[in-house]
Design a protein around this ligand. Structure first.
Ligand code: ZN
Ligand code: ZN
Length: 315
């Protein structure tokens, strides 16, 4: 499924099977998770995707010898810039990202640099594993950057939040879920997964929070989350794109409240999270959609109709 121009639908096309270069592996794709970032790429909200492009960066596939690997968003780094050399390859100035700079997993075949592929834990089948590779990974990194909160708020209860709530509960945290106003189904889903409270994002939580993670791409949620956190509280913006943040009084940031973003992932995040996931154990709620219906999957994600994660199935 190929993107030729931002704002257009993906096109189902026959393309040559990609040839791996030295250091790369070729995988036969069996499943690829649909991420909100894919939507931002297709909608033209991110500046510079390669075109034409095969999107998709939560790829599960197999090498010719049957070995199963996952291909995440971080596809390549230079290993030499000041960020790479200080353990922050997620910020590498020359990084290449899967399904953005490099063709991704909305396809039957993908090539990827072997050093950036992640082994998939045996406990998961291909479809269940796919959302771990970005929703899970970025969610995990966001949770680590939220400090050590006793009371954690999650804004936007999509594929990342549905995984993070399980990890946070496993760590003994109390979790409060904020959903799109009027989305009763999402509130129910948040409660089922272990939130002790779930309500619309324009409502106050029943008590102060120690940290909040914003997954929804909605700038208005930043001042809302700052209002919800206690002194010293941390607000983490987990998405790659967000609408403009409205101005707000300095008072909301005062008392050592912190706002920060999360960008990309390191391979270490991947190793840590994929070791932790089966121990929680994280269970992913997945809606399987055939690859050739990728446009429908993106549309359903855009309109908030996916509960948990959407995964494209490649047969
Ligand atoms: Zn670098
Ligand atoms: Zn993603």
């Amino acid at each position: 499924m190929v993107l030729h121009r931002a704002g257009e639908a993906l096109r189902l096309e026959d393309v040559p099977v990609p040839e791996p270069r030295p250091g790369q592996v070729r995988l036969q794709v069996s499943a690829c998770g649909v991420c909100r970032t894919d939507l931002h790429v297709v909608d033209g909200e991110l500046a510079r995707p390669k075109l034409p492009l095969v999107p998709g960066h939560q790829v599960v596939g197999r090498m010719e010898d049957g070995r199963r690997l996952g291909v995440p968003w971080l596809g390549w780094t230079d290993g030499t810039c000041r960020y790479c050399l200080s353990g922050r390859e997620n910020l590498c100035e020359s990084a290449r990202f899967t399904g953005y700079d490099l063709d991704g997993g909305y396809a039957e075949w993908v090539v990827a640099d072997e050093g950036y592929c992640l082994p998939i834990p045996d406990e998961y089948d291909d479809v269940q594993a796919a959302p771990l590779l970005c929703a899970g990974l970025i969610g995990y990194r966001s949770l680590r950057l939220a400090g050590d909160p006793e009371r954690l708020g999650l804004y936007g209860f999509g594929s990342s939040a549905h995984i993070v709530v399980q990890v946070a509960r496993h760590e003994g945290r109390r979790v409060f879920g904020f959903v799109r106003p009027g989305d009763e189904a999402a509130a129910m889903f948040a409660l089922e997964l272990g939130c002790e409270w779930a309500g619309p994002s324009d409502e106050r939580a029943p008590e102060e929070l120690d940290a909040a993670i914003i997954f929804a791409p909605v700038g208005e949620l930043v001042p809302a989350a700052l209002r919800a956190v206690a002194r010293g509280g941390i607000v983490v913006c987990a998405g790659i794109h967000m609408s403009d943040i409205p101005t707000f009084p300095y008072e909301l940031l005062w008392e050592e409240r912190v706002i920060r973003s999360v960008a990309n992932l390191t391979r270490r995040d991947g190793e840590e999270f994929l070791a932790l996931a089966p121990r929680v154990p994280v269970r992913t709620e997945v809606e399987e959609i055939p690859l050739e219906q990728a446009n429908e999957a993106l549309e359903r994600l855009r309109s908030g109709q996916i509960q948990g994660a959407a995964v494209l199935r490649v047969d």
